[in-house]
Design a protein around this ligand. Structure first.
Ligand code: MV4
Length: 447
């Protein structure tokens, strides 16, 4: 097992990883920018190394500084958390070249799954269901027209280097193809330095359901059931829950089996997530695979009573997967509490928290790094807390969430949070009926 892990991240996930390190008897080192010198990760880690100024590109993304910090402190592994360098193949490779274990996927695996068209080809070969579409990349505009006739409109053109919705267009009819082809390619080239595009049938009003998976270096793999992440806005998730209210025993078995097949086919090592689109007929299609721990891993942990960060560390150290069958018997919901104003289009509003009180009691979990006096920096994402409730049923988890939200006090000059949004959502009829798709937030209106 590792003796010392360097955490190349900040905020709640850095704290989350430090906590598991302590429980495993592993020393922790956190790197931080000057904006985070007063942060809880810096206080709670065994060691802390300042790696640069507030700007991410000069600190949390600065590979040379992070490697230097790992060498100075003699860390034998690096945990990248989520975001930042967690799915950066160059960083994964540099860690390996320095004899430091990257607690995440190998460079080759990140590249294989990061190119969406190639990931899809790999999944098709493994017999994982995918949205009908082009075989590999589109050659040119003429090819796009030709493929769309075969697939049938509406179609979607997607950037192979994409993710988070960038470089993606719906094409409803052939008259729209040329403008979308041009603008999607320009956007992809600017965002990713890669304008490779592929095409799929457009799945209308899908749900976003993902499967938590794990694999070890001996070819064993398992899944840990699903998370429903359909409540999102501009590709930012706001609420996640498990089980999905749309799930059936049959669908869970099918999606779980497909995900395990995927993990085995690519010889995946570590914890990961296989994302699917699910249409109204409960057909499911592979969308992408995430090779990192995700923000919403918490709800899975709650329903199966299992530490996913611990599993991730154990798998990186060469241990076998702990189990092969996880049967969730509880319901968990996570609300992301962001420093954003839901009445003003969710604009970020950083500032200093002067008054802070967390809800507590039975079935409540809060993953957060903030405290009274904490300043939310404009340099990083605006998430301040993850509020998770766990109960026997979905109805009880919602009731508990309403109760917890009503107790949550986060105040400070200029600070608004997404708490009022979550309160309204928990009262929403469609949400309570489990009747929602990825389009839900497009029509949701704050009162
Ligand atoms: C789709 C789709 C409909 N049909 N693909 C959005 C992010 C990117 N990774 C894939 N995305 C989508 N791909 C086909 N063939 C709809 C989306 C989509 C979406 C997916 C999941 C969650 C929220 C979404 C919001 C808008 C579009």
């Amino acid at each position: 097992m590792f003796k010392k892990i360097l955490i190349a991240n900040r905020g709640e996930i850095a704290l989350r990883i430090i906590r598991t390190c302590k429980e495993m008897g592993i020393k922790s080192v956190v790197v931080y920018s000057t904006a985070d010198s007063e942060s809880l990760p810096v206080r709670f880690a065994d060691e802390a190394v300042c790696i640069g100024p507030p700007s991410s590109s000069e600190s949390y993304l600065k590979i040379a500084n992070i490697i230097a910090a790992a060498e100075i402190t003699n860390a034998d592994a690096i945990h990248p958390g989520y975001g930042f360098l967690s799915e950066n193949s160059k960083f994964s490779q540099i860690c390996e070249d320095h004899g430091i274990k990257f607690i995440g996927a190998s460079a080759a695996m990140i590249d294989k799954m990061g190119d969406k068209a190639s990931a899809k080809t790999t999944m098709l070969k493994a017999k994982v269901p995918c949205v009908p579409g082009s075989k590999g990349l589109l050659k040119n505009l003429a090819d796009a027209y030709k493929q769309a006739e075969v697939i049938g409109y509406p179609v979607m053109i997607k950037a192979t280097a994409g993710g988070g919705g960038k470089g993606m267009r719906v094409v409803w009819a052939k008259t729209e193809m040329e403008e979308h082809w041009d603008s999607a390619r320009a956007e992809s080239a600017a965002a990713f330095g890669n304008d490779g595009m592929y095409m799929e049938k457009f799945v209308e009003e899908p749900r976003h359901i993902e499967i938590q998976v794990a694999g070890d270096m001996y070819g064993n793999a398992c899944h840990m059931s699903e998370r429903d992440c359909s409540i999102q806005r501009r590709h930012q998730k706001l609420v996640e829950e498990t089980p999905s209210p749309f799930m059936t025993e049959e669908l869970r078995t099918a999606m779980g089996d497909a995900s395990v097949k995927a993990v085995k086919a690519i010889k995946y090592e570590g914890v990961g997530t296989v994302e699917f689109l699910v249409d109204k007929h409960r057909n499911f299609y592979f969308m992408e695979m995430n090779t990192r721990i995700q923000v919403e891993h918490t709800i899975t942990e709650e329903v199966i009573n299992f530490d996913l960060i611990k599993e991730q560390i154990k798998l990186a150290a060469g241990e076998k997967i702990t189990g092969t069958e996880y049967i969730p018997r509880l319901h968990a919901i996570q609300c992301r509490i962001n420093a954003e104003n839901p009445l003003k289009g969710f604009i970020p509003c950083p500032g200093t928290i002067t008054d802070y009180h967390e809800p507590g009691g039975h079935g409540i979990r809060i993953d957060s790094h903030v405290y009274a006096g904490y300043t939310i920096s404009p340099y990083y994402d605006s998430m301040i807390s993850k509020l998770i409730t766990v109960a026997q049923t979905r109805e009880e988890a919602i009731t508990k969430m309403k109760r917890a939200l009503s107790e949550y006090i986060i105040e400070g000059k200029g600070i608004s949070t997404t708490i009022p949004f979550h309160q309204q959502l928990m009262e929403d009829k469609s949400f309570n009926e489990g009747n929602f798709t990825t389009k839900f937030m497009e029509t949701f209106e704050m009162k």
